[in-house]
Design a protein around this ligand. Structure first.
Ligand SMILES: [Zn+2]
Length: 322
């Protein structure tokens, strides 16, 4: 469909939707990786072009401030990038700059020293098994690993088991896995302090995403508090700016975090916190400590932008996933 007709469609839909609403898109990694959340560079750039063409990009700070004043322009969107892998700097940042866009980077700070987060360690351990290995036994379950797709499937299943554990139990399970697979070769693939500081100096926003990316509902309150606080303080030290926003790891409300964690985030001094629940942020009923995000998954220009336009009304958000 032609650009002008899409513009017309998007315009009509957004004329019908709530005013003063903000949609925050989430991305993770851009480039080449077997990571499920990784997006091809061309596709990412294409989406940036569409966002500029049909919507009104703002920074998160600007968007929330304008919304509080009731002055948010129609079809406002903000971009967020989760986790903090180095492609945030090498791939995403240059493309944002090329298109004159800003994003908020939510960073899990353990990766800065370690070079990766726990899930990368788990997936590399499985993907790098010797080519001749046909099966992996973990926690008394046998996983076939003869082919590439079997290994991807095995990564998904084992990562899911390890994910929903406390930090301590997660580390024990990872140790058990590495005893079976051997320690994988892993290069440092996370943002460095210098890169985070350069992103911030160039006008990108930096947000906290805890230290170790735990599922908060699997942790004691004291651990949750330190996970939030230490990541905030570390990032503030690097950027020399206040870190006001938090994205909850994994981010499903009432599954990965709850009302208690919202209270802790507030006590840590954050001004807003983001979930991965679908929806838009409307000034009428959005809780600042459980703000929704939404990214369409469509390939075509028409579907991607139509789905994004529909997200500006909460009534439609529930329908568009179907
Ligand atoms: Zn994350």
């Amino acid at each position: 469909m032609h650009k002008i007709s899409i513009k017309l469609f998007v315009g009509i839909i957004s004329a019908l939707v709530n005013r003063n609403s903000l949609t925050v898109l989430t991305y993770h990694r851009v480039g080449e990786s077997y990571n499920q959340l990784c997006m091809d560079e061309k596709r990412f750039e294409q989406q940036l072009v569409w966002l500029k063409r049909y919507f009104n990009p703002v920074s998160l700070t600007e968007g929330l401030a304008l919304q509080a004043q009731g002055k948010l322009p129609k079809r406002s969107i903000a971009i967020s990038i989760d986790d903090g892998y180095s492609d945030s700097y090498t791939k995403i940042f240059p493309l944002l700059q090329k298109h004159g866009l800003v994003a908020t980077f939510f960073i899990s700070t353990s990766g800065i020293q370690q070079g990766y987060l726990w899930d990368e360690l788990v997936s590399s351990a499985i993907m790098q098994l010797p080519a001749s290995d046909e099966a992996l036994v973990f926690l008394e379950v046998t996983y076939p690993v003869a082919t590439y797709s079997q290994r991807i499937e095995c990564v998904k299943k084992i990562a899911k088991i390890i994910k929903y554990q406390s930090n301590d139990d997660r580390n024990i399970l990872i140790e058990q896995l590495l005893n079976k697979t051997g320690k994988p070769q892993l290069k440092h693939q996370f943002l460095s302090e210098q890169q985070i500081s350069a992103l911030s100096d160039a006008g990108m926003e930096i947000g906290a995403h805890t230290v170790n990316h735990p599922i908060l509902t699997c942790e004691q309150d004291q651990t949750v508090q330190s996970e939030m606080m230490l990541s905030k303080q570390h990032l503030e030290k690097i950027t020399n700016k206040p870190v006001n926003f938090l994205a909850y790891p994994n981010g499903k409300s009432q599954v990965d975090f709850n009302d208690n964690h919202q209270r802790i985030a507030k006590e840590c001094g954050f001004t807003a916190a983001f979930s991965t629940d679908w929806g838009c942020i409307s000034s009428k009923n959005s809780n600042l400590f459980s703000l929704c995000r939404f990214t369409p998954w469509d390939i075509t220009e028409f579907k991607f932008n139509l789905r994004l336009a529909l997200n500006f009304n909460e009534k439609y958000t529930r329908l568009i996933g179907k």
